[in-house]
Design a protein around this ligand. Structure first.
Ligand code: AMP
Length: 339
């Protein structure tokens, strides 16, 4: 009898820093949901990562639960993947300690995110910020994952994970950890734009630049209608400005193909009315998010269920992590008295 085919392992997480927006959804969570059957998925709430900004305890705990709730509302199913809190898996900090010995100061200081944090929070440049990519590496390899569904902004971190994994395998002359690779079902890793046309959608930017998954229809209409445009195409088939391109990019994510085609043709023939385009985009986002918003509301009334799912997922994640850590201890020459 042929044995069951081992599914490839996928890992990713989201930091519990607040409400979730379209960037988090299309860059990350939508892929998690689509990966559930094809991959053995471990999806976690990255609560340790949040400590770099020193949140207060009640806030962190509430936001962590909220991310788990968002996962479920978007369609993650605890029977088809493992959902857990990062801090519920003590093997993660243990492996993090080991991997910190493999990461060099120079490469950590060169990371774009670290440099940005040094600029934006000069009063709090802690060691956790510097070693963030090491913790992220461990999040991935603790389950020996290869696929890492993330948005474009995380690409550099996953590349660093590959470097660290290679270094470990070379140093100890093993082929133990698979080299992680960023993953998306779309052709490239996504970068959902901010609604003001400046950079990516991000919760560190003003509220009106993000569409949150739990925004009301009225809030969505208001935010979309204030998106900047340009004075309109003056010649057929002219190139789009960044502002108009952003609107079309969002439309492609939430609208039917013939709707997109209709507006593209109108643009190319110089008959487009940006007001109509934005109205259509707002209505299509509202429709797209409706089931998620309804699920968020329903799950908010049943927090106990979310706790139970996380508790259960934590024990599954610990079992997988314990095996990895035991192997690593052996590989690097630490005694496994605990095993
Ligand atoms: P964070 O909220 O920074 O923990 O990010 C959680 C996930 O959302 C990561 O996989 C990010 O790459 C993804 N993400 C966040 N913002 C965006 C964006 N504007 N476009 C695409 N993906 C994003």
């Amino acid at each position: 009898m042929a044995g069951a085919v081992q599914k490839e392992i996928a890992v990713s997480g989201v930091r519990p820093t607040g409400r979730q927006h379209l960037g988090n959804y299309f860059g990350a969570v939508k892929n998690f949901v689509a990966m559930q059957d094809m991959y053995e998925g471990y999806f976690f709430v990255a609560d340790y990562h949040s400590l770099t900004t020193h949140p207060n305890a009640a806030d962190l705990s509430e936001k962590s639960l909220y991310i788990a709730l968002i996962y479920l509302a978007c369609g993650l199913d605890p029977n088809r993947c493992t959902l857990y809190l990062q801090s519920d898996v003590p093997q993660i900090p243990e492996l993090y300690l080991i991997f910190n010995m493999l990461a060099y100061l120079g490469e950590l200081e060169r990371e774009a995110t670290f440099k940005e944090k040094v600029r934006t929070q000069p009063h709090n440049v802690n060691a956790g910020l510097l070693t963030y990519p090491v913790l992220m590496t461990v999040d991935i390899i603790i389950h020996k994952a290869r696929k890492v569904p993330v948005g474009k902004d995380q690409q550099q971190h996953v590349e660093m994970s590959r470097d660290l994994v290679r270094r470990f395998n070379n140093l100890y002359k093993v082929n133990y950890f698979p080299e992680p690779e960023p993953f998306s079902f779309s052709d490239t890793l996504l970068n959902i734009p901010s609604l003001d046309g400046e950079g990516k959608m991000s919760k560190s930017k003003p509220d009106y630049t993000c569409i949150y998954l739990d925004d009301t229809p009225e809030q969505i209409r208001k935010k979309i209608m204030r998106m900047p445009t340009d004075s309109g195409p003056t010649a057929p088939n002219s190139e789009m400005s960044v502002y108009v391109r952003n609107i079309f990019d969002l439309l492609k994510l939430v609208s039917q193909a013939d709707t997109v085609r209709h507006f593209e043709e109108a643009y190319n023939q110089c008959t487009i009315r940006y007001g109509d385009l934005k109205k259509q985009l707002a209505e299509d986002i509202i429709q797209y998010l409706k089931p998620i918003r309804e699920n968020i509301e329903a799950l908010s009334a049943d927090e106990n269920r979310v706790y139970e799912i996380l508790k259960d997922g934590g024990s599954k994640a610990r079992a997988s992590a314990a095996q990895t850590l035991q192997d690593v201890r052996e590989i690097i020459g630490l005694k496994n008295f605990k095993a």
